[in-house]
Design a protein around this ligand. Structure first.
Ligand SMILES: NC(=O)c1ccc[n+]([C@@H]2O[C@H](COP(=O)([O-])OP(=O)(O)OC[C@H]3O[C@@H](n4cnc5c(N)ncnc54)[C@H](OP(=O)(O)O)[C@@H]3O)[C@@H](O)[C@H]2O)c1
Length: 413
């Protein structure tokens, strides 16, 4: 039963973006061997989550991974991927022969490929993992649309061409953080993310539109699986996190760093529902081989979030000298200190991130994660609680790479 398009007060300007090309139909037979593909197509391989998807797909399949790259030459594409995988501590030389760059761009028709190359790619790959996105809270919807919405459209076109290919799409839980979903109503995996003018920022709106296109594709009979993570945090064993390896930063990590630098910690009444990156990649890789996952959306949320006050107490127990102060006062101090330092200092980055639509202080409805837990039961993939041990692993990684200074008592006198 197709889902209704006009579920709420969708503005006229969004209608065109919500039209899935009628030519995109799952008419062709399903690609052979999709459960253990010989070839698959991955977008966003050079990103944080993408690195762990490469690692997981390498381990679980024998597939050649065709990955979309914005670099100009094959050599530059290879170099960038290797460098990124190194920086996230997952590179293995034996991966090399199984990684084939496809030079293109999510924001272009046919992903920037000529017609023939697009058809050849469609004929070659048996599975698609669409993880690439312009993850940016600074820009508005119009700027992000070609990549995040247009790219999703083109991936569905690729999935339909030649043979119908299962497609796994990385959406975001943030599309539920709006007035359309009251705080008192638990969100289930099969709930439809409703449009609301209170969706926070252009990035979230672009993910909402892309998610809706994927839902329409499910309604047309495409084997689509949607994953909606909340904040994706570091690796649960190594602690490797997004700490500016590629000039991109994570708000929570930047806030921890800035607070330690200032000696001040903001008092907030929120929980941190972060999921480790290896849980997200593990879930995608596991569910990519399960036919019963087709047509579902899975919510990747930590069932055991960390209360904000616990993070403060852990940082203090680690030896950092921090005073807890009201958020507004803390924000003023961030701004003052940022202004007194040379440009582009870490507190200025933090100030900028806090000024954009972010989900740090968002009160979230409760999430019911029983569907994903049921689908992952019997596998080794489970979300570890965000407890002191896991957060401690992240803090140790921050210290190892110099993102956080050692606590004062451990510093050289
Ligand atoms: N991180 C989170 O907390 C979080 C939470 C919920 C959902 N998600 C979703 O999870 C996915 C991965 O997030 P992430 O944090 O790993 O992102 P990320 O580190 O910012 O990586 C983004 C990836 O997308 C690629 N990309 C961006 N624009 C492109 C374009 N025009 N053409 C081709 N490739 C392009 C980038 O390639 P380049 O190497 O060319 O830059 C990079 O590989 C995204 O879909 C995101 O929306 C993330």
């Amino acid at each position: 039963m197709p889902r209704p398009l006009i579920d709420t007060d969708i503005p006229d300007s969004l209608y065109a973006d919500l039209q899935l090309d009628p030519k995109i139909q799952p008419a062709a037979p399903i690609a052979d061997h999709w459960q253990n593909p010989e070839s698959l197509f991955l977008t966003g391989a050079t990103g944080f989550l993408g690195a762990y998807l490469v690692q997981g797909l390498m381990a679980r399949t024998q597939a050649t991974i065709y990955y979309l790259s914005r670099q100009k030459t094959i050599q530059e594409a290879n170099e960038r991927l290797v460098q990124q995988l190194h920086s996230y501590q997952v590179w293995q030389e034996e991966y090399r022969p199984r990684l084939v760059p496809v030079l293109g761009d999510l924001a272009q028709p046919r992903l920037g490929l000529d017609e023939r190359s697009f058809v050849e790619l469609a004929a070659k790959v048996q599975l698609i993992v669409h993880n690439g996105s312009w993850v940016n809270n600074l820009h508005d919807y119009a700027r992000l649309k070609p990549t995040n919405v247009g790219g999703t459209h083109e991936l569905l076109r690729l999935a339909a061409l030649q043979r119908t290919k299962p497609i796994h799409f990385l959406s975001s839980m943030a599309i539920f953080f709006s007035a359309a979903h009251p705080l008192t109503t638990p969100i289930r995996d099969d709930d439809l993310p409703q449009y609301s003018q209170t969706l926070r920022g252009g990035y979230t709106l672009s993910k909402w539109v892309a998610d809706r296109l994927m839902l329409f594709a499910q309604d047309r009979g495409f084997p689509v699986v949607i994953y909606r993570p909340v904040r994706v945090g570091g690796h649960s064993r190594t602690g490797v996190s997004k700490v500016g390896q590629d000039g991109s930063f994570d708000l929570l990590n930047t806030l921890i760093q800035g607070s330690v630098e200032l000696g001040l910690f903001p008092d907030l009444d929120v929980e941190i529902p972060l999921v480790p990156v290896d849980y997200v990649s593990g879930a995608v890789v596991q569910l990519a081989s399960q036919q019963n996952a087709w047509g579902h959306a899975f919510h990747l949320v930590n069932p055991h979030p960390m209360p904000w006050a616990e993070l403060y107490s852990l940082l203090c127990d680690c030896g950092y000298s921090l005073e807890k102060i009201p958020y507004r006062e803390w924000l003023c101090r961030v701004k003052q200190q940022a202004a007194s330092l040379p440009p582009r200092n870490s507190l200025a980055v933090l100030q900028l991130m806090l000024a954009t639509p972010n989900n740090l202080q968002v009160q979230r409805p409760p999430f019911v994660t029983e569907t994903v837990q049921r689908f992952l039961a019997g596998s080794t993939v489970a979300c570890p609680p965000l407890d002191r041990a896991l957060m401690g692993t992240y803090l140790r990684y921050f210290q190892q790479v110099g993102y956080l200074p050692p606590p004062p008592q451990f510093q050289d006198k």
